[in-house]
Design a protein around this ligand. Sequence first.
Ligand code: ADP
Length: 263
Amino acid sequence: FRVSLSRLDDERGGAPSCVLSFEDISHIQEAEQMRHDFVANVSHELRSPLTAISGFIETLQTAAQGDAVATKRFLDLMDLEAGRMARLIADLLSLSKLQSSERVAPTQAIDVQKVLAQVTSSLSGLAEQNKVNIEHNLCNNIPLVLGDGDELTQVFQNLIENAVKYSHQGTSVAIDFCPENAPHSHVCICIRDHGDGIEPAHIPRLTERFYRIDKGRSRSQGGTGLGLAIVKHILIRHRGWMKITSEVGEGSVFSVYLPIAEH
Ligand code: ADP
């Protein structure tokens, strides 16, 4: 609480009085704490690849000098770390842009099926590498949705990429149109994986910036920890939402709800 005391003089010459006020400032402190945590997280996330790159440069200048094989290996590692930094910066910029444009809903009529086909084809290499099959179970009459094509591509790219990354080898990721789950005004697309699943306590926190269940696993898969936060903000702008259900040991379902264009 912020406590303040102010004096009120009586204009008619009477005795002055005092006003003692108590203001609840916990929301200001919370926002300040969040801003502080965010800056600390960003600094940490950027410092790790930078430290690695500095270490590789030092090795190249000393121990690995003249060793062509080692030089190639260190240059590849530096390339990987630089890629990690570039992804992190791109995700941070996306988030910042989205947060400043949340009030304006996008208005194009988008064919989600086309978006999903494009995203799945761009992820086919990763799916093959992780030995996961991406299965489309979409019918042809999915209504057009109101939105922005690039942003919806990013939503499905992040969710399907996660489903592939966190799936068990040899399983399938299924993409379904689930009309029975949606109100009449919205389309529902479900992305189901067969991975470790997610403990209930983690589910509400997954869309927080940099929240990861297993940091090491996320990093080794090239994750920035910002993918689901970006999804959340794009869906807010679209007047849509996401529901996450999961069973530990079985897998997870990420359902995306988007407003129908001709409604
Ligand atoms: P990351 O870059 O770490 O994947 P995200 O914001 O996309 O960041 O996801 C946040 C965290 O949510 C991940 O680190 C992972 O722990 C968890 N997660 C996301 N999708 C899945 C999934 N399909 N199955 C299990 N865990 C998941």
